[in-house]
Design a protein around this ligand. Sequence first.
Ligand code: ZN
Length: 308
Amino acid sequence: MRRLLLVLAFTFVVSCSQQTSPSFDEQAAIDTLRILSADDMQGRQTGTDGNAKARAYLLERIAALDVDEVGQTHEHMFKFMREVEEEPAVEVTGTNLLFRINGTADTGKTIVVSAHYDHVGVNDGKVFNGADDNASGVAGVLAIAESFKNNPPKNDIIFALFDAEEMGLQGARAFVRNLELIDPNISFNVNFDMLSRSDKNELYVAGVFHRPYLKPVIEGIAAKVPTKLLMGHDDPELGINDWTQASDQGPFHNADIPFLYFGVEDHPHYHQPSDEFESVPVEFFIRSLKTVVTAVHAVDEQLTGFSL
Ligand SMILES: [Zn+2]
């Protein structure tokens, strides 16, 4: 009897670990980070040749994933007026890159998994490479897409690589303006911005303040991931330390769509030329990606039970 129990326990552990450790190619994720933050991408500022080069690279990666288009294309252009200090506003065109993997269960719900691929370009002759901000988040989205290709989601998932976040969350705003057209079932956003730098092995997750029912979901994820996962940065009383509007989750929140945002605490490389691949702690970056891959699989598993 005891032996049988042990066997059962063992089987349970094995099947659990298979479910909770969806895989991705770690070297491909490191390559994504290195390539997107290389000098020839010129800091990926919206409207520049470097941004177009990053987009061309990402379209190759999306093609290799063999995933569906959204509205018959991966490239979704939008226009906005940009004001820089005293200058007259100029019209800028940005391009969001979207793709989808449809779910195996007929849940009628779609999750948007997002990260911005633009950064702030070249200033005073220095390339701002934006390795952490936000080549790291883009690598996270691609790793998650790869993990769902091998292990299909229950819900439909739209993967969004947003443009013009650094010019005021413009890509996410354009996406949310067209939400009904893109997919009327969109019910949840998981956004990543800055996943690769922490001396303390810490990753923050914001959004639980607004939707307290997410707390046990995050506690469940925190118990099985290799980074310390801290809830916070989402209470309006925190002032500038409330990150609700600090990245592309903001427009989703304003449209009453629940979100989870994952990112590291502010650090000295933030919006500096030193935010480059060579200074990224690669071991933490991989642990961080394992954390967000596990998190999105858990959200997908549990979404139908959320009181949205
Ligand atoms: Zn960013």
